[in-house]
Design a protein around this ligand. Structure first.
Ligand SMILES: Nc1ncnc2c1ncn2[C@@H]1O[C@H](COP(=O)(O)OP(=O)(O)OP(=O)(O)O)[C@@H](O)[C@H]1O
Ligand SMILES: [Mg+2]
Length: 235
């Protein structure tokens, strides 16, 4: 099987007798990284939160490596087992449940999203953020969720980057059926608040980021237009 993707060629194959995913950088990957950095900086300026540029380049390899995966595991963020990594290729164990976007599209129960809210909060509480936090970067195995595509992790966080994580996650699901989307949003927030109904505030730019990011992240623009008109329950 072969996915056509934005940054990498993804091939499902076998390696040492195990089913794996092989991710190879496309030659235009550097250009894409620069575009992402530009979009990030642009958004930070129009939202009046000027931020230093994202760390990319060598830090991408570091983020995808074993040490980062172990550190994530320690704070409750599981990742697929890494089998090989170098400048050109990453080989990871294959997780059969597919990515979270397609899982949620075909499932009636979206309670699994609580785990994503929790993981995002753990990241933020540990002074880091994901940036590219779309649902397609989470994988499902049984009732567990794993995080893949770790390249853009930043080891510092601010109100703006926390809002990006939340806004980008919600944006990537905003073209699902509205009732389903509403439940997903609620489960995410419950997980992010760690089921604690305290006064903890959701980073305040999250919904603005969600609305801007959804314009580029979703594929069904008709559902998106309908859903954007419905008020969010996030306070
Ligand atoms: N370990 C895995 N097991 C099963 N499927 C996977 C695995 N890793 C990736 N995939 C599938 O491949 C897709 C793309 O993977 P990944 O996000 O790592 O590549 P990418 O090129 O960086 O993506 P993009 O630039 O679009 O975010 C995922 O959304 C998922 O559907
Ligand atoms: Mg990805």
């Amino acid at each position: 099987m072969h996915f056509v993707n934005w940054q990498r060629d993804i091939v499902i194959s076998h390696y040492n007798g195990q089913k794996v995913v092989i991710k190879k950088n496309k030659s235009i990957k550097n250009l894409h990284e620069h575009l992402l950095v530009f979009m990030f900086t642009f958004m930070s300026f129009i939202l009046l939160h000027p931020s230093s540029p994202l760390k990319t380049g060598n830090s991408i390899l570091l983020n995808e490596g074993l040490a980062t995966r172990q550190a994530l595991e320690k704070i409750g963020i599981p990742t697929p087992k890494l089998l090989k990594i170098n400048q050109e290729v990453i080989i990871e164990e294959y997780l059969e449940g597919g990515n979270l976007y397609s899982y949620l599209k075909h499932s009636e129960d979206s309670s699994i999203v609580q785990k994503v809210g929790f993981m995002t909060r753990m990241m933020h509480d540990n002074g880091a953020c994901f940036i590219d936090n779309k649902a397609q970067n989470y994988l499902v195995r049984g009732s567990e969720v794993y995080r893949t595509d770790l390249g853009l992790i930043q080891r510092k966080s601010s109100e703006f980057t926390k809002s990006l994580d939340i806004g980008i996650f919600l944006a990537s699901l905003l073209d699902l059926e509205i009732e389903k989307y509403r439940k997903i949003e609620q489960y995410f927030i419950d997980g992010y608040k760690m089921n604690n109904q305290s006064k903890y505030r959701i980073p305040y730019l999250s919904i603005i980021v969600r609305n801007i990011a959804s314009l580029v992240l979703v594929s069904d623009h008709l559902s998106l237009a309908k859903n954007l008109l419905v008020k969010s329950d996030i306070k």
